[in-house]
Design a protein around this ligand. Structure first.
Ligand SMILES: *Cc1c(COP(=O)(O)O)cnc(C)c1O
Length: 379
């Protein structure tokens, strides 16, 4: 296997990025979104590794940031300031000042108190802040409850019953320019009927605003397109074609309205694998444990959202056995998979955990005072 040759000498645990696959993914993304003239902002929080960001920014994508440091990182890695959108329920004063100073494209705002603070700070700096209202459209993304963000019980966005009130308040703020509406309903969504529902809700909202004579130049549908965690070999690139075609078919834009997306996971998830080695194979009473040198501090998703990742032993022979694959950390949640079928496994084998490019390296911590995972690239 080609991968085995490339990674057998990498110190583990390490994130290994397939640059050719990232380039193919970016080509597909640009081709499919380009059919409709859509604007794509890469969601930095999915993976903020500067080597990858420098490549992604070359494809003329904008950036979607959720903190001041992400704005800094985006600027340092080649994303133009006027392509940056900035979201988050809790923007601090210092972060707002930074975004204004750098003249980002748009703040995606989540509450009236936040907009009032932006107005105040912009006034002090003699600026006018461009904002979009992040709307909680009450559309259920049917994904894990920790990554559902568009229903009324979530902390995110402006609730529909508040929208007209907020729009009228905003119109009185002298340092705020309302330029759009923003949605982001969740992540790892593979059921396109969810996005169709979002389009229909957006049409309803726009029709209502139009009755009041309000037509906004920008609509931003956020991110959320899912990937195939079960079978990354069969579907290495997300289905951008069907995703964008869904919006083209069901969303009814106003004349000259610009349409934006903020994609994270679908851009980068399949391009990263976590490479790890087996420290020990331990025989329990009714099960065998494979104990890896990678733990939940390196890859948090299984512990945080019971996320599934495909796990493969690329060192050993053919005989298959069932194992619980765990890390070395002192937490029972430090488990990457139960009853995982692997080739018969022994100490020193290389284990590949697939589809770790998004929300992997960025969530790594030094819990237990472990070192952060390393990096390697296919070219
Ligand atoms: C996380 C996030 C995204 C990216 O979501 P993906 O599921 O990774 O595509 C986009 N927009 C906002 C506001 C986010 O918080």
């Amino acid at each position: 296997m080609e991968l085995t040759e490339k990674i057998k000498n990498i110190p583990t645990p390490a994130y290994y990025y397939n640059i050719e696959l990232l380039e193919d993914t970016l080509h597909s993304l640009c081709r499919e979104s380009g059919k409709y003239g859509y604007h794509i902002h890469y969601a930095i929080k999915a993976n903020a590794n500067p080597t990858l960001l420098k490549l992604i920014s070359q494809y003329a994508l904008g950036a979607d940031c959720v903190s001041g440091n992400e704005i800094r990182q985006a600027l340092e890695t080649g994303f133009p300031a006027d392509s940056i959108v900035y979201a988050g329920v809790g923007k601090s004063d210092a972060e707002i000042e930074l975004a204004l100073k750098k003249d980002i494209f748009c703040f995606n705002c989540e509450s009236l108190p936040e907009i009032q603070v932006i107005n105040e700070i912009a006034g002090r700096m003699n600026k006018k802040a461009k904002i979009a209202l992040r709307i909680n459209p009450n559309v259920n993304a049917h994904t894990h409850h920790y990554i559902t963000t568009g229903i009324e019980e979530n902390k995110f966005g402006i609730y529909l019953y508040d929208l007209e009130h907020i729009i009228s308040e905003v119109s009185h703020l002298p340092h705020i320019q309302l330029i759009g509406l923003h949605f982001h309903i969740g992540s790892q969504i593979t059921d396109m009927t969810v996005f169709r529902g979002l389009c229909i809700r957006a049409n309803e909202i726009q029709a209502k605003l139009k009755e009041h004579g309000l037509i906004l130049p920008h609509i931003n549908f956020g991110g959320g397109l899912g990937i195939d965690y079960q079978d990354p070999h069969r579907h290495p690139i997300a289905d951008f074609e069907t995703y964008f075609a869904t919006f083209a078919r069901f969303f009814e834009p106003a004349p000259h309205q610009q349409i934006h997306f903020e994609l994270g996971r679908s851009v980068i998830a399949q391009c990263g694998n976590l490479i790890t080695r087996v420290l020990y194979v331990k025989e329990g009473k009714n099960r065998k444990f494979v104990i890896l040198d990678a733990g939940m501090n390196d890859l948090l998703r299984p512990a945080l959202y019971q996320a599934f990742h495909k796990i493969e032993n690329i060192s050993s022979g053919k005989l298959e056995e069932k194992y619980d694959v765990v890390g070395p950390i002192c937490e029972s949640a430090d488990c990457f998979g139960k009853d995982v079928v692997l080739n018969a496994t022994q100490r020193g084998d290389i284990i590949v955990i697939h589809s770790c490019g998004a929300y992997g390296e960025t969530m790594a911590s030094r819990y237990n005072l472990r070192d952060l995972p390393g990096n390697a690239y296919s070219k």
